[in-house]
Write a protein that binds this ligand. Structure first.
Ligand code: EPZ
Length: 417
């Protein structure tokens, strides 16, 4: 078992190149299955969720090849059945193959998707959208199967905003016959980036920034070369790590316009920043105060993925920070671990209160990806040594985290037990 051992209490300093976005890359990989040529993704993060998605593509018969951070996916002739691969249950995004394989082959079978344990993660909106496009869906305890002689455009309204269901519907609709309108869609940048990629593959899509997406189905899509955008959640994680340790950091290769909600919170804490092109210069030396109230929300609101990292930073700040989690029902595992490090936290329904705390190193367990990142942030700020176990959760989404931290001056070593 791999463990991160971190000795905290030292500020970080220097620059970091922010990785490509996990949540943009994964649906793009599913999109590659829609066409018979090669989709080349540059700036693709080398993280375990991407490798898992790559294994799923290979299980379908796709050829994949890496050259540094460029991933080429060739889908000349591919199958439709992923249920036997044993990989579907390892990540949530496996369900996106339902949409793309239906569009490509008229049939798709996946194992039940997995992903981080952060509360109930049903698939009803995904299924509703695919059914509305003409697919028949059957479920067993282990699999979801979708089939459609022909997909036909339709008008679909999502009852609640869902990133994954929006992406799945878009993936299926781009090759459906006729016009599809999707309303109540997620407006997350990752949805928008997927639409941009699909347009470059020949799809006709409009309105992805408005919550209402209009798609004219095309018979055939083609390959392209596309750059995966920077990971706004990884960038936000670095920002909050800087805040917790009162560091001066330069984040390179970011899109600050996708980070407005977190930058607003950072400013309220006393953080200062300056943007020059794709560089974000952050100065946390005057960070002092907690933020009275933050509510997580779909984009452009404060991202649920940064809720745990924010709480870790809040444990170092004056006053009480209240955070209400509105997207997932049980994304609090990290708070319980932070309390083991001395965090004065209280969970009251969906609201977490975090007070300034004397964080001290101890052994803690990462229970999900962003919660794991929060523990690393707390460890960097804590007195003494913290051991973070179950780091495979962290490595699902953060590229070379220990190396990057080391380059910033953190005292971290990776041990095997
Ligand atoms: C995506 O998950 C992200 N994952 C998550 O990032 C992120 O936390 C989440 O969006 C919200 O921003 C990927 O992009 C791979 P949802 P997704 O469908 O698509 C309910 C990370 O740490 N819902 O928008 O699975 C659901 O229960 C991860 O990088 C239904 O009820 O999230 C939740 O309460 C974790 N029925 C809400 O919608 C459905 O069919 C939003 O979930 C689908 C969702």
């Amino acid at each position: 078992m791999k463990i991160y051992q971190i000795t905290g209490g030292f500020p970080l300093g220097g620059k970091i190149r922010v990785q490509g976005s996990k949540n943009a890359a994964l649906p793009m990989m599913a999109a590659a299955a829609l066409q018979e040529e090669t989709v080349t993704l540059q700036n693709c993060p080398r993280i375990s969720d991407v490798f898992c998605m790559e294994r799923l593509l290979r299980a379908l018969g796709a050829k994949t090849e890496w050259e540094e951070d460029t991933l080429r996916i060739s889908c000349g002739s591919i199958g439709s059945d992923l249920a036997g691969s044993g990989e579907s249950g390892k990540l949530r995004s496996s369900i996106l193959f339902l949409g793309s394989l239906l569009g490509r082959n008229g049939y798709a079978k996946v194992g039940l998707p997995g992903g981080c344990t952060i509360g109930r993660r049903p698939t009803d909106f995904h299924e509703m959208a695919l059914e509305a496009l003409g697919a028949g869906i059957t479920r067993t305890e282990q699999t979801i199967t979708a089939y459609a002689g022909k997909l036909s455009g339709n008008h679909i309204r999502f009852p609640k905003v869902s990133v994954g269901a929006t992406e799945n519907a878009v993936l299926a609709a781009v090759c459906a016959e006729g016009t599809t309108t999707l309303c109540g869609c997620a407006r997350e940048p990752e949805v928008q980036w997927l639409c941009r990629l699909l347009r470059r593959m020949g799809a006709s899509i409009e309105g992805e920034d408005s919550g209402c997406i209009l798609i004219q189905g095309k018979k055939k899509l083609h390959g392209t070369v596309f750059r995966v955008p920077p990971d706004r959640i990884a960038a936000g994680t670095w920002l909050l790590a800087g805040a917790a340790t009162r560091s001066v950091l330069e984040l390179d290769g970011v899109l600050p316009e996708e980070m407005n909600a977190v930058l607003k919170v950072y400013r309220k804490m006393g953080g200062q920043y300056r943007v020059t092109g794709d560089k974000l210069f952050t100065d946390s030396t005057r960070v002092t105060d907690g933020v009275s109230y933050v509510e997580t929300a779909g984009y452009p609101g404060f991202p649920t993925d940064l809720q745990s990292p924010l709480l870790a930073a809040a444990a170092t700040l004056n006053g009480k920070t209240l955070v209400r989690e509105t997207v997932f029902e049980d994304r609090f595992a990290a708070v319980r671990q932070l309390m083991r490090m001395g965090a004065k936290a209280e969970i009251c329904g969906s609201v977490i209160g975090m007070e300034k705390s004397q964080l001290r190193g101890t052994r803690v367990t990462a229970c999900d990806l962003r919660g794991g990142a929060a523990l690393v942030i707390a460890a960097l700020a804590a007195g003494g040594s913290t051991e973070v176990e179950q780091v495979q959760y962290i490595e699902r989404g953060y590229e070379r985290l220990p190396k990057q931290l080391e380059q910033l001056g953190a005292r971290i070593c990776v041990t095997e037990e």
